[in-house]
Structures are given as structure tokens and as C-alpha cells.
Design a protein around this ligand. Structure first.
Ligand code: CU
Length: 156
């Protein structure tokens, strides 16, 4: 009896191991987004769209310029639009050593590190943090950049 139970338990574990990853793969859809920052303090995109069936987003920020991050660094920070100014301020206080992002600030929904010319950084976040049909703001929190470097991310 004990042997049978162990065999059954082993069989249950085995089928669970086989079934669950397959089910997860079928449901998961990672959607890749790319955006570039320049030496002229601009993003190349003013709007990013995330399709309704994406379960997570993998966003890559590339600095297409040549200037170092201390002079013309860029990051990509996702916020509720109403929190934009607050996140700019908390980022400023955090300083360059922290990529101008206050990691304890719950208003930061997702963020990349700060990159300089020729560098890139990627952030992955689940779309479960977004509302369907919602529009969010993204910005660069390097001091003085957000007025020029901001855009809208829409989750369809
Ligand atoms: Cu910037």
C-alpha cells in the first residue's frame, strides 16, 4: 500500500511538472518594446502601445548618442500621469548614484537604470500592474529632462 501511494505521488508530481509549464507558456505573451534616447534630449517615440493579450512587457531603452550618463543620461520610468511631478522630485533626491530613481517610491511602476551614450537597459514588468484601456506616462527623470522626454504608454 505504501509503495502504491509513493508511486501515485510520484506520478502526480511528474504530470504536474509536465502540465503546468506548458499551460503557463500557452498563456504567457511577452511583448517587446524599444525606445531610444538621444544626445538632443529626446525619446524617438511619444507613444508606446501594449496589446491587450500581452501578459508582460520587455522594454529596452537604448541611448543612441555619445554623451556620458553624467551629462546626458537617460532612463525610462513608467508612472500614473498624476504622479509624474512627484516621481521627478523623488528621483532628483535619489541622485545619479541611484539612477535618479527612488526605489522605495511606490509611484514608480517600472523603470530602467540610467544609461549613457551607446548603452542600453531593459526592464520587464507584468501587465497585471496596468488597467485595460489605461493610459500611463513615461519619462526620463534625469534632472531637467522630463519636460522634453515624456510620452504615453497605452494598454489596449
Ligand atoms: Cu534623459
Amino acid at each position: 500500500m505504501r509503495v502504491i501511494r509513493q508511486v501515485l505521488a510520484a506520478a502526480a508530481l511528474l504530470s504536474a511538472a509536465v502540465v503546468f509549464p506548458a499551460a503557463a507558456n500557452a498563456a504567457d505573451k511577452v511583448c517587446k518594446l524599444a525606445i531610444t534616447g538621444t544626445d538632443l534630449m529626446q525619446y524617438d517615440k511619444k507613444e508606446l502601445d501594449v496589446a491587450a493579450d500581452c501578459t508582460s512587457v520587455e522594454l529596452t531603452l537604448t541611448h543612441g548618442g555619445k554623451l556620458p550618463k553624467e551629462a546626458m543620461g537617460h532612463n525610462w520610468v513608467l508612472v500614473n500621469t498624476s504622479d509624474l511631478s512627484a516621481v521627478v522630485n523623488s528621483g532628483m533626491s535619489a541622485g545619479v548614484a541611484n539612477n535618479y530613481i527612488d526605489k522605495s517610491d511606490k509611484k514608480v511602476l517600472a523603470s530602467t537604470k540610467l544609461v549613457g551614450g551607446g548603452e542600453s537597459a531593459t526592464v520587464t514588468f507584468p501587465t497585471s500592474i496596468l488597467k485595460k484601456g489605461g493610459a500611463y506616462s513615461y519619462l526620463c527623470t534625469f534632472p531637467g529632462h522630463n519636460s522634453a522626454m515624456r510620452g504615453v504608454l497605452k494598454f489596449d
